[in-house]
Write a protein that binds this ligand. Structure first.
Ligand SMILES: Cn1ncc2cc([C@H](O)c3cccc(CNC(=O)c4cc(-c5ccc(F)cc5)cc(O)c4O)c3)ccc21
Ligand SMILES: [Mg+2]
Length: 214
């Protein structure tokens, strides 16, 4: 049967990228998605904004919702200080299988903990599963209608502390209107929009960075 888009992306990485070199895995995926087949990675333009926020926060505990093929997990983990880990949640087993191989190819498997499951089920178990108290950084890139319920869940589970940073992909395209309205109007968040473009296109999109005020 026909291969899937994630499988074709993995094949390009295994063929073109340098094993153990995260930057070459990132560049290979961006080249493939720009010139061969579009895929919903955060991409190079929004990825540079993601990089700058990760470097600024330099998180000890980081969570990603929505691994897909592992592109943003590799982007984030390559910048994490030694001894820190990214926890990334993926509910689709086919995506998780490809992401594991791309993460391993990049050599970052010791800095990334990929957990198969849905955010709504796993978030309440984060403290017991990973022995963490609170999260310094959360990257949201899963189903757009789950962003709002999941940050409310993070609040309820006391996983956010004064100064925790949320960074949300696709707040314009496909769009997350209820999430944006909430973080921009809630007194518990200070929010800022980083204008950019939908990965590998000229369509407007952007990232919303929100600081939890406690
Ligand atoms: C509950 N839970 N817990 C973990 C978890 C993990 C997943 C999966 O990783 C998954 C599967 C399918 C879709 C997504 C969301 N991503 C998108 O839908 C998206 C779309 C576009 C776009 C834009 C323009 C187009 F024309 C088409 C697609 C551009 C983007 O950057 C995206 O991130 C995420 C899902 C629910 C999950
Ligand atoms: Mg996205």
């Amino acid at each position: 049967t026909r291969s899937t888009r994630p499988q074709r992306l993995l094949k390009a990485v295994q063929k073109k990228a340098i094993k153990g070199d995260p930057q070459s895995v990132i560049s290979t995926i961006d080249y493939f998605c720009r010139h061969s087949e579009w895929a919903m990675n955060v991409g190079d333009e929004k990825g540079a904004i993601l990089d700058s926020v990760v470097c600024e926060v330099s998180p000890s505990t980081a969570l990603e919702l929505g691994t897909y093929c592992g592109y943003s997990a590799v982007r984030i983990a390559r910048l994490l200080p030694p001894g820190t880990k990214l926890i990334t949640l993926e509910f689709n087993p086919d995506y998780a299988a490809v992401a594991r191989q791309i993460i391993e190819y990049s050599g970052l498997q010791d800095k990334i903990c990929l957990v198969e499951g849905a955010s709504g089920d796993l978030i309440p178990k984060m403290q017991e599963l990973f022995g963490i108290k609170t999260l310094d950084f959360v990257f949201l890139d899963h189903w757009k209608d789950r962003y709002l319920p999941d940050i409310k869940l993070l609040e309820e589970c006391q996983l956010l502390r004064k100064g925790s940073i949320l960074l949300a992909d696709n707040v314009i395209c496909p769009g997350t209107p209820d999430y944006l309205e909430y973080v921009r109007n809630s007194p518990r968040y200070e929010s800022k929009y980083f204008k950019s473009h939908l990965e590998y296109t000229k369509v407007e999109d952007g990232l919303e960075k929100s600081v939890f005020l406690g």
